[in-house]
Ligand binder design. Structure first.
Ligand SMILES: *[C@@H]1O[C@H](CO)[C@@H](O)[C@H](O)[C@H]1NC(C)=O
Ligand SMILES: *[C@@H]1O[C@H](CO)[C@@H](O)[C@H](O)[C@H]1NC(C)=O
Ligand SMILES: *[C@@H]1O[C@H](CO)[C@@H](O)[C@H](O)[C@H]1NC(C)=O
Ligand SMILES: *[C@@H]1O[C@H](CO)[C@@H](O)[C@H](O)[C@H]1NC(C)=O
Ligand SMILES: *[C@@H]1O[C@H](CO)[C@@H](O)[C@H](O)[C@H]1NC(C)=O
Ligand SMILES: *[C@@H]1O[C@H](CO)[C@@H](O)[C@H](O)[C@H]1NC(C)=O
Ligand SMILES: *[C@@H]1O[C@H](CO)[C@@H](O)[C@H](O)[C@H]1NC(C)=O
Length: 715
């Protein structure tokens, strides 16, 4: 089906003119076709970087990259200028546009019995849901194609391959389904195409269904009820692999699209002259439900002039509701795409891939970091190293005291990849008296008492002629308890102001081999307050704060740091960070930065025990654990003042239906009864080999009764 494009060859123009419109449009030709690049404008409203932000943190697309996704329309009524974006690709003739599954059409249903209508509806709920499943499955496939192609933007060493990301000379071309294996396209274009094609269907879902609609009785096939929902349909989480039938509301409907010649207020039989047209007799039609056209502000998403000639647009709010829902869900889909890239390729490689997709000059902009590695050493000793991209192994070696000198890191490799991996320049300073020279390479970290000195390393970090502060970070590890680090709060606060991320890892007091979070008793109130100030100062930089349960947890600590994003360039705060054994992580909920998300794996031989507890007094939290592939919330609980102190979820063998057992933990605040809307909490995960037993039993005794009573059957 032809849905129209922003830039269209004449053949399509003729067909599109014939056809009126069947989706959020993609043509900027209001007079003949009645379209105003709706997909492009929705996509721009969702993904354009704020004018004050030149550099994407992963959430927005920089200008040229956005053109590839959204398309670039010419002035009104002009054809043959600009380019079509990936989001418009499903409407292209190549040789025919994608079918109803790409637009979520034909999933129509009306409960005529419940509405007291004489005629029984020609389709069952089950048939409609099966058609919707076809759409969701198709969009999942598109998303997966994008994820697969994205891996081609970087080489084995996570270096960006210049030829796979270069869009400076030639726009991406999204056409010819037979060639959609993406083997011949640039990796960046293939990734944007897969994502854009999925996005098209997501946006169309809101234009073609009654999900967000407001409707007034009397109801019938020419006026089905509206669901007036403003939440996300859970079945449109394209990371899922589940059968959606239990997630689809009974009264949800999209429109039956008979064909160009028969789409009208009442469903008709297909037209014999139109190949592939469908018999929509007596059914809710595309014409009846669609809110495809109107003028959308490409910055604010505010919609005007809906319609004309579509009954659902007669309530002007309906078009606006569909547009806002499409913008909001587009952002969710991009987060899910990023989550899946990070999941599939690991956060280290994933962050670079995402950088290569959203930035216009990734071979330059995704490189260059400065990191100060701090441990308890004598005052005045600090080490600042330059690295190109955050690589776990490289950071681990730094912490073990192994210097790097891999040259300047410029130039290209044989594959035309850019820069060399984790290269450091001559700014490396092994200072006299640096006790870390007596390193051992066993993986254990040498730690010397004496406290940290952030001030000195911040001065060093600031002394860079060629690295921005927000490409810098501090990784600090200490034996000191948080309460005695009060002197560091001010410099850490300044680091935050300067855009430098601070990651702080605390070891438990020496020789204390703890399992689980270290005990907190014996600390007096002022120390607790000071500790909270310290944690807040660290988290405010965008960095991480965690307590390591033992020295062997250092690799976990660094994985956590890389997954959060070493510097402000490395990862947006909305994605899930890794939750790994051996760490108690402190995090912060605020209205702007919630829910906080964590992801973890469970293997068939593990029991996994997750605990979440508020740190800030009077803070109440809502905690939930989702099985991402089954697209199912396994357990949720409110904790804090009124409820239980801690959330505890134990996942066993039964929760793990496949090797890719991907779980997501979400934490957000709940308000009411004078409770605070923001504050600190602590989260940790322990795994337990079920074949051993023991520890799991111990944990079960710690758990509280309320958590048990709310536990779902799955657990
Ligand atoms: C942002 O980009 C514009 C145009 O590309 C440039 O003129 C401006 O200086 C940039 N601003 C910053 C803060 O880099
Ligand atoms: C519905 O059925 C009733 C009685 O069976 C009949 O009187 C009425 O005319 C029918 N209405 C329609 C719209 O067909
Ligand atoms: C991603 O690409 C690299 C080669 O650059 C390859 O080694 C790796 O297996 C790929 N990952 C997946 C999950 O396909
Ligand atoms: C999904 O579940 C429904 C109801 O159990 C079933 O009828 C349908 O065949 C299933 N769909 C798929 C694709 O397995
Ligand atoms: C690297 O770039 C050069 C020049 O653009 C090109 O000739 C060569 O084929 C490229 N090599 C690879 C492996 O892509
Ligand atoms: C980093 O700082 C520069 C200059 O202050 C600014 O232009 C850029 O937008 C910042 N980048 C991020 C990701 O905050
Ligand atoms: C929460 O759990 C504790 C035990 O850990 C129990 O004493 C308390 O009653 C529980 N709170 C509520 C509100 O159930």
């Amino acid at each position: 089906m032809v849905k129209g494009l922003c830039v269209i060859p004449p053949l399509i123009l003729v067909l599109a003119a014939l056809s009126r419109v069947w989706a959020f449009g993609t043509v900027n030709e209001p007079d003949t076709i009645g379209q105003h690049c709706e997909h492009e404008r929705i996509t721009r409203a969702a993904f354009a970087c704020h004018p004050a932000v030149n550099v994407s943190d992963g959430r927005c697309f920089e200008e040229l990259s956005l053109h590839q996704l959204a398309g670039r329309s010419g002035p009104v009524g002009h054809f043959g200028r600009g380019s079509n974006g990936a989001v418009g690709a499903p409407d292209l003739l190549d040789p025919i546009p994608e079918g109803p599954e790409a637009h979520c059409d034909n999933a129509d249903f009306l409960d005529s019995e419940a509405l007291g209508l004489n005629e029984s509806y020609p389709r069952t709920r089950g048939e409609a849901t099966a058609q919707l499943q076809t759409c969701v499955t198709h969009l999942r496939t598109r998303l997966r194609e994008g994820i697969d192609a994205a891996n081609r933007t970087v080489d084995d060493g996570a270096r960006i391959i210049a030829s796979e990301v270069d869009i400076s000379v030639l726009d991406c071309r999204f056409s010819f389904q037979k060639l959609q294996l993406h083997m011949f396209s640039r990796g960046k274009c293939g990734a944007i195409e897969g994502f854009g094609r999925a996005l098209h269907g997501i946006q169309d879902f809101y234009a073609h269904s009654n999900w967000a609609d407001d409707a007034k009785p009397p109801f019938g096939p020419d006026n089905p009820p509206g669901l007036k929902r403003d939440d996300y349909p859970v079945f449109l989480d394209l990371r899922g692999e589940n059968n959606i039938s239990r997630q689809v509301p009974h009264t949800l409907s999209t429109g039956c699209f008979g064909g160009i010649l028969t789409d009208g207020p009442i469903g008709k039989a297909g037209h014999p002259l139109e190949p592939g047209s469908l018999d929509c007799t007596g059914r809710v039609t595309h014409h009846t439900l669609n809110k495809d056209n109107g003028i959308i502000d490409k910055v604010t998403g505010i919609a005007t002039s809906p319609g004309p000639n579509t009954p659902r647009s007669n309530n002007p709010r309906n078009f606006q509701r569909a547009v806002f829902a499409a913008i909001k869900d587009s952002n969710r889909q991009w987060r899910h795409f990023r989550e899946e890239v990070r999941r599939t390729y690991g956060p280290e490689r994933g962050n670079i891939i995402i950088c290569s997709l959203v930035r216009d000059n990734p071979t330059k902009d995704c490189y260059g970091r400065r990191v100060a590695v701090l441990r308890d050493v004598q005052s005045g000793v600090s080490r600042v190293a330059e690295m190109q991209i955050p690589i776990h192994k490289w950071l681990m070696e730094e912490i073990e005291g192994r210097p790097h000198d891999e040259g300047p890191g410029e130039g290209q490799t044989e594959q035309n990849s850019t820069k060399s991996r984790g290269s450091s320049d001559k700014l490396w300073k092994p200072l006299p008296g640096d006790t870390l020279d007596s390193k051992d390479h066993s993986g254990a970290v040498p730690v010397v008492e004496g406290g940290l000195d952030f001030r000195a390393s911040l001065v060093d970090l600031g002394n860079s002629p060629h690295t921005l502060p927000n490409k810098s970070s501090v990784i600090a590890m200490t034996n000191s308890v948080a309460a005695v680090l009060g002197k560091q709060i001010a410099p850490i606060w300044h680091a935050g102001d300067a855009g430098i991320r601070v990651h702080l890892g605390l070891f438990p007091p020496a020789h204390l081999d703890l399992v689980g979070p270290p005990p907190k008793q014996g600390i007096i109130a002022t120390e607790v307050a000071k500790e909270q100030d310290l944690i807040t100062a660290v988290l405010r930089t965008g960095g991480t704060f965690s307590v390591l349960h033992n020295p062997e947890a250092v690799p976990s600590f660094l994985h956590y740091v890389v997954s959060r994003g070493l510097t402000q360039y490395d990862n947006a705060g909305d994605t899930a960070t890794l939750l790994l054994p051996g760490l108690s992580i402190s995090d912060y909920v605020t209205l702007e930065s919630e829910p906080r998300r964590f992801s973890f794996d469970a293997h068939s031989m593990d029991n996994v025990i997750i605990s979440v507890a508020p740190i800030t007094p009077r803070l109440s939290l809502h905690v939930s654990v989702r099985h991402v592939r089954r697209n199912l919330v396994l357990q949720e609980l409110d904790i804090g003042l009124r409820g239980n102190k801690t959330f505890r979820a134990a996942l066993g063998i039964d929760d793990i239906p496949r090797t890719d057992a991907w779980f997501e933990l979400e934490v957000e605040h709940i308000e009411g009864d004078g409770l605070q809307g923001s504050g600190l909490f602590e989260v940790s995960l322990e795994t337990e080999d079920v074949r051993r037993g023991g520890e799991f039993e111990r944990q079960q005794r710690i758990e509280n009764s309320e958590a048990d009573s709310k536990t779902h059957d799955e657990l």
